[in-house]
Design a protein around this ligand. Structure first.
Ligand code: ATP
Ligand code: MG
Length: 286
């Protein structure tokens, strides 16, 4: 299905280059994690994990259950503080900053289990997202009612555009709790778009989603990457999706990066097969 119809201002190109293949020095990676460690009691969930995500890429992050992928997202986005290691966003050290500050710097994440506000409408869920709403303090609506109303209008318009882009316009006034699992995954993606992100971390966008909606999600990610220059780091267990969408693919195992490479090489790498099969045998034994 062609999508030119939905190419609204939501997907207008960024001012920055989508692909920094510049002459001379290597470009700074948009995201760089270096030696991250996270312990939960006696369990080491992330173990000296390091890798870069290049500007303009759709980088895949795969690995067996419990490999530490979601925990890594939480470390990068500020939801957990690493015990060791650093996180750099566009060359800036953002280690240990709270989630809202990392978010303001252009890094958005989605959750493995969607976190919509069930009783609010889909539009209201989106309007909650953006940073620094002037209506949020007690006195601003009293002192600056015009400015608050103007900002609310702009937010509503932005939400309308974003919903059109993800093809959920028909759900705009429905409570978010009434959406299907796949639609909730689309809403998670939509929430990140309200913030004009530089990089989006997607945690299993395809989990529990039917094939039709899955195709739509894939198409939206590709479009946002190509036309809007948004970089993606994407956790996914659906291998055909990863192979089609991502380059490079990073494989995590037992909290560390096991291997990184183009999808075709990852598919046949014996270390990757061993990591997955080893996990299966362990599960069978258990
Ligand atoms: N808040 C927590 N408290 C204690 N242990 C945790 C916590 N979060 C994760 N873990 C443990 O850390 C390890 C890594 O979990 P994580 O959720 O990061 O894995 P994952 O790679 O995302 O797995 P999956 O593919 O199943 O989503 C697991 O052993 C998990 O049980
Ligand atoms: Mg996970």
């Amino acid at each position: 299905m062609s999508d030119s119809r939905t190419t609204s201002s939501v997907v207008r190109p960024n001012s920055g280059p989508a692909r920094a293949d510049g002459v001379g020095a290597a470009a700074t990676p948009l995201l760089s994690i270096q030696g991250l460690v996270k312990d939960f009691g006696g369990l080491r969930a992330v173990n000296h994990c390091s890798f870069d995500v290049q500007t303009g890429s759709i980088t895949g992050l795969i690995g067996p259950n419990g490999a530490g992928k979601t925990t890594l997202f939480s470390l990068i986005s500020g939801f957990h503080r690493p015990d060791e290691g650093r996180v750099y966003l566009d060359g800036e050290d953002v280690t240990g900053l709270p989630p809202h500050l990392i978010f303001r710097k252009g890094l958005c994440r989605t959750f493995q289990i969607p976190r919509e506000h069930k009783s609010m409408t889909v539009t209201e869920n989106l309007m909650l997202v953006p940073k620094g709403q002037i209506g949020e303090t007690f006195w601003n609506p009293i002192l600056f009612p015009g400015a608050v109303r103007r900002q609310e209008r702009e937010l509503r318009e932005k939400a309308r555009e974003v919903l059109e882009f993800v093809e959920l316009t028909h759900m705009a006034d429905q409570p978010a709790g009434a959406m299907s699992g796949g639609q909730k995954k689309l809403l998670e993606l939509a929430r990140t778009l309200m913030a004009d992100p530089k990089i989006v971390l997607l945690d299993e966008p395809g989990a529990g989603v039917n094939p039709t909606l899955m195709g739509k999600i894939r198409e939206k990610i590709q479009l946002l990457n190509k036309e809007r220059g948004i970089t993606f780091l994407l956790i996914e267990h659906d291998m055909p999706l990863v192979m089609e969408l991502c380059d490079p693919v990073i494989v995590m195992n037992q909290g560390s990066k096991l291997v990184e490479g183009p999808p075709a090489a990852i598919r046949t790498d014996p270390r990757v097969l061993e990591a997955y099969l080893g996990g299966q045998y362990a599960a069978l034994d258990g």
